[in-house]
Every structure is written in structure tokens, then in C-alpha cells.
Design a protein around this ligand. Structure first.
Ligand code: HEC
Ligand code: HEC
Ligand code: HEC
Length: 464
């Protein structure tokens, strides 16, 4: 069986499902709003009864689980992108069932709606906090770290309380049993995770760093904690552990390959990282999925669709301020990129001389431009694009073979997403065109081989 082109789910795949999940999220939030007891709008006694029945079947409303807290919990659930994993492409919000590939085999996300039998309706706030921060379910079994609890460990008590209020009172309970993992005995034994946790888990919630301002600390808290950016962007060690969980570690956010997508370097590195981006560029990317340097694709599309675009300006700016404070790391010492269109113009004017240039002029140039500068933010530039300069070409091969699911910003899908070329171009042609792009416009990144393309083709499928 082929693994899905996007790491966590097929949900980044088909554009239809991206739209559907956004709708599902909105539905979930809408329901939250109603369960808050804005009774005025909820006309009809039947509905009132349904809500009452719902609420009484759940743990008693804590004194602080008021409407505002539930709403804040809904906001935080989007920041934490719980829906990315706990809502399956055609499934009910938060009812689980999404397959996830781990090094040991395939596992399925679980039902975190407040259904008492199949969901987390029986969880106390302390049980919920333990699941999020320590990776232990109510019945005591350890969760696989595919649930990003090593990041969520940093979430503070007041935010855990708001999330709990939302999941108990703002999410519709769904009766849907969890699915066993495909991991076979003995690898499915969960007790070794206790040892893993003892070695790799830091249970301390985030503490403000003295000497840093409030925005920096807010940004650090969100990136390291609920945002779990490092779970994709930080390289992993042999035990699937993130090599660093904050800026004190050298490997922190220096980029990593996960399920066919290379999550970019987010440090100040000048070629492959964010060194040439301003804070405003970064904020624009997180809000809209594109800026003059690059645009979101692969697994980042889902993060933008469901999570970062929903954040308020203060939080997005705080994340930008924190990321821009990270010194360059993970680079390979190449000099900083400088645009040069001349050499590439020559080969594009005589494309017969270069197999890659021939493919580029026929298939890519009308969107990405003869000058490689694209038409940002609609069509990503390829000249100087950090993803193009990256040593690991996986993302480039994957996006060219499979295209990308729609970016959906404020409900509107991107009009001209990157098409899929798996049915159009051979492995040789894709290797040629990517080698051309990586050498063009002074990009100076290494060649892509036919074998690399063939391997990616065998492991992935088109997003559309
Ligand atoms: C990257 C994917 C991912 C994200 C994001 C994620 N989870 Fe999970 N979560 C999982 C997986 C996978 C499991 C089940 C792990 C297992 O079976 O060992 C799980 C399990 C849980 C459990 C334990 C319940 C049970 O019965 O297994 C809770 C509670 C939970 N998640 C809550 C959340 C909340 C709240 C958020 C958002 C703040 C969230 N999760 C975000 C993947 C994710
Ligand atoms: C599910 C995995 C995943 C998570 C979680 C994730 N990212 Fe990404 N991110 C990626 C991938 C893959 C790319 C490369 C593709 C692209 O540029 O869109 C990327 C690219 C980016 C880029 C563009 C960098 C460039 O050079 O083009 C930024 C900025 C970014 N991510 C920020 C974040 C932040 C901030 C968070 C946490 C709030 C985050 N990401 C969480 C997978 C992820
Ligand atoms: C219909 C217009 C269109 C055509 C044709 C097209 N692309 Fe794209 N491409 C895009 C868009 C739009 C993006 C940005 C990703 C997104 O938002 O879907 C993109 C993104 C990319 C990226 C990732 C860079 C980034 O940061 O987003 C690469 C690499 C790429 N294209 C290569 C190619 C190659 C190689 C070809 C020809 C074989 C090609 N594209 C043809 C529209 C196009």
C-alpha cells in the first residue's frame, strides 16, 4: 500500500477534503458557539432540550467554564491544530480515525469528543492535562508520541483548563469506537514508552525567559508548546525524539524530513532558513500561506488552513518575532543567495541545449516565469526560494510529482494551485527540470537524480 503524499493524512491531499475540513472546523466552532448557551438564537424547545441533555450527560460545568473560557478553548484548539489529526477527512469533528504513519507501523488517532463511551467524556481536567502533557490516557496506557505531547507539555494550566472546557462543552459528542493500531506484537507494547518519556519528556510548563520581552515569550510559548512547530521542523534522533525542544538545542527548527516533505529550516540561516525574511513577511506567510519568498505546500498547507490563519495578529506577530530572533543554524556555509538571471536566460533562449530547460519552458515557465521570480504571492518564485536551495530535495520532488492540496484562506481556495505532474512527466524529466531549477538563477543547489524521483513516486500519490 502506498503511503499518502502528505504526512499526517490524506486530508492535505484532495482539495475537496481541505475545503471540507475547514467547513467541519467552522461547524465545530459554530456548535461550540451554540452550546455556550446563546439561547436567544437557539430558538425551539427541542433544541434547548437537546442541549440540556447534552450538557447533563457531561461532567458538571465547572464554575469557570463560562462562554468566554469555552471560546478561548476553541481558539487554542485551532492554535494546537487538534483537528489536523483528530478529524479524519470525511469524519465528524474530533472523532478520530485518521491513519498516521510511524516508524513502527500505522496508528489511528482517537476520538476526543466528549462521548462518555468512545471519546473522552469520562476525562476529568486532571486526566485531560495528563494526556496532553505527559502522554498518558485516562486508563493509564501510554500514548505514542505521534500525539505531540512532548510539545504540549509546555502548555500552561490556564490554557489546559480552557481547552478542557471547550472539548467538554463546545464539541459535539460522537459515538465512534477507536481503531486498534496496525503495529504487531511485540512492538505494540506500550510500556517501553515509559522509558522513552523518562529520557525525552520534559514535563515543565513554559516559563517566561527573563530578559526577553512579552512578545518574544508569547511567541516562544506558542511555537514550542501548542503550535508544536518543532514536531515537523526539528530533526529527530534514532528514537524518533525531537533533537531539541527549544532554542537551547543546536538542532532546534533546523529543518527535517517527515513522510516525504522536508519542513524548512526556520532559523536565521540566509539560504535555506528565514534569514532573508522580515517579520512582516513571516506574518504574511502564516496568515495567507504565501509571500514574496515562497508559498505553503505539502504538510504546511494544512497548518495554514486550519491553524495559523486563525491566530490573532498579536499571536502571529509574536511567533514572527520569536522565529526571527533565532540565530542562523543548520546551514552549510554557502555564501548568501544573490539573484542572477543572466546565465539562466541564455539556456532558456536556447532550451534545446538543456533537457531540464526544455521541460521548464514547456511545463513550468508560464506560472513560475522565465526569470524564476514567479508572480508572488500567487505563483511561488523558484529563484532564491529557501525550499529550492535546501540540500534535501524531497519536497521539490514531491510537489512536482503530486502537486499540492488547496490553500484555503478565509474560506477561499487558491485559484491556481501547483498541478500534479506524476501522470505527465517521466522520472527523467522531473529529475532534469528540478536539476535545472536548482542550478538556475544562481540557486547553486545540487542535482536531483532519477533514482530519487523514482523512489518518491513509489511512495506517494497525487494530491489531486
Ligand atoms: C500530530 C497529530 C496530533 C495532534 C496535532 C494532536 N493529537 Fe491528540 N493524539 C494523536 C494520536 C495519534 C493519539 C493516539 C495515540 C495512541 O493511540 O497512542 C492522540 C491521543 C490524544 C488523547 C488521548 C485520548 C485517547 O483516548 O487516546 C487526547 C486527550 C488528545 N490526543 C488530545 C489532543 C488535543 C486536545 C490536541 C490539540 C491541542 C491534540 N490531541 C492534537 C495525535 C495528535
Ligand atoms: C505537519 C508538519 C508541520 C508543522 C506542524 C509545521 N510545519 Fe511549517 N512547514 C512544513 C513543511 C513541510 C514546510 C515546507 C513547505 C512550505 O514551505 O510550505 C513548512 C514550511 C514553513 C515555513 C516556510 C519556510 C520556507 O522557507 O519556505 C514557515 C515560515 C513555517 N513552516 C512555519 C511554521 C510554524 C511557525 C509552525 C508552528 C506554528 C509550523 N510551521 C508547523 C511542515 C510543518
Ligand atoms: C498553474 C501554475 C503552475 C504551473 C504550471 C507550475 N507550478 Fe509550481 N507552483 C504553483 C503554485 C501556485 C505554487 C505554490 C504552491 C501552492 O500554493 O499551491 C507552486 C509551487 C512550486 C514549488 C514549491 C515552491 C514553493 O515555495 O511553493 C515548486 C518546486 C514548483 N512549483 C515547481 C514547479 C515545476 C517544476 C513545474 C513544471 C514542471 C511547475 N511548478 C509548474 C503553480 C504552478
Amino acid at each position: 500500500m502506498k503511503t499518502i503524499n502528505a504526512p499526517r493524512s490524506a486530508s492535505h491531499g484532495a482539495p475537496r477534503s481541505a475545503r471540507q475540513s475547514t467547513r467541519a472546523m467552522r461547524r465545530a466552532l459554530g456548535r461550540g458557539g451554540r452550546a455556550l448557551g446563546r439561547g436567544g438564537r437557539a430558538a425551539g424547545t427541542a433544541f434547548a432540550f437537546a442541549v440540556l441533555a447534552c450538557v447533563s450527560a457531561r461532567p458538571a460545568l465547572a464554575a469557570d467554564a463560562d462562554a468566554a473560557t469555552i471560546q478561548r478553548g476553541a481558539y487554542l484548539a485551532a492554535v494546537g491544530d487538534c483537528a489536523a489529526c483528530h478529524t479524519a477527512p470525511h469524519g465528524k469533528p474530533f472523532a478520530g480515525g485518521l491513519p498516521m504513519n510511524t516508524p513502527l507501523g500505522r496508528i489511528y488517532t482517537t476520538n476526543i469528543t466528549p462521548n462518555p463511551d468512545t471519546g473522552i467524556g469520562g476525562y476529568t481536567q486532571a486526566d485531560f492535562a495528563r494526556a496532553l502533557r505527559e502522554g498518558v490516557a485516562k486508563d493509564g496506557h501510554n500514548l505514542y508520541p505521534a500525539m505531540p505531547y512532548p510539545s504540549y507539555a509546555k502548555v500552561r494550566d490556564e490554557d489546559i483548563a480552557a481547552l478542557y472546557a471547550y472539548f467538554m462543552h463546545g464539541v459535539q459528542p460522537v459515538n465512534q469506537a477507536n481503531r486498534e493500531s496496525d503495529i504487531k506484537w511485540p512492538m505494540n507494547m506500550r510500556w517501553p514508552l515509559k522509558i522513552w518519556n523518562a529520557v525525552f519528556l520534559d514535563k515543565a510548563a513554559y516559563r517566561d525567559k527573563p530578559g526577553k520581552d512579552a512578545a518574544w515569550n508569547r511567541g516562544a510559548y506558542l511555537v514550542q508548546g501548542l503550535g508544536h512547530c518543532g514536531s515537523c521542523h526539528t530533526p529527530r534522533g534514532i528514537a524518533f525524539n525531537e533533537k531539541a525542544l527549544d532554542e537551547s538545542g543546536d538542532a532546534w527548527l533546523t529543518g527535517a524530513l517527515l513522510d516525504g516533505w522536508y519542513a524548512s529550516n526556520l532559523t536565521g540561516e540566509h539560504n535555506t532558513g528565514l534569514g532573508r525574511w522580515s517579520e512582516a513577511d513571516l506574518a504574511q506567510f502564516l496568515k495567507t500561506g504565501a509571500n514574496s519568498h515562497a508559498s505553503a505546500f505539502g504538510s504546511m498547507t494544512d497548518v495554514i488552513n486550519k491553524s495559523t490563519q486563525t491566530m490573532n495578529d498579536a499571536d502571529v506577530n509574536a511567533i514572527a518575532a520569536y522565529l526571527k530572533s533565532l540565530p542562523a543554524a543548520g546551514g552549510d556555509g554557502r555564501p548568501a543567495y544573490a539573484y542572477d538571471g543572466e546565465a539562466t536566460k541564455v539556456s532558456l533562449s536556447r532550451p534545446a541545449n538543456d533537457a531540464g530547460a526544455r521541460v521548464y519552458t514547456a511545463y513550468c515557465m508560464h506560472c513560475h516565469g522565465a526569470d524564476g521570480r514567479g508572480f508572488a504571492p500567487m505563483f511561488a518564485p523558484l529563484a532564491g526560494n529557501p525550499n529550492v536551495l535546501e540540500n534535501d530535495a524531497s519536497s521539490l520532488i514531491n510537489v512536482t510529482l503530486n502537486g499540492t492540496g488547496d490553500l484555503v484562506i478565509q474560506g477561499i481556495p487558491a485559484p491556481y494551485p501547483m498541478p500534479s505532474y506524476s501522470g505527465v512527466l517521466s522520472d527523467q524529466q522531473i529529475a532534469d527540470v528540478l536539476t535545472f531549477i536548482r542550478a538556475g538563477w544562481n540557486n547553486k543547489a545540487g542535482a536531483v537524480s532519477v533514482a530519487q524521483v523514482a523512489k518518491m513516486r513509489s511512495q506517494t500519490q497525487a494530491a489531486r
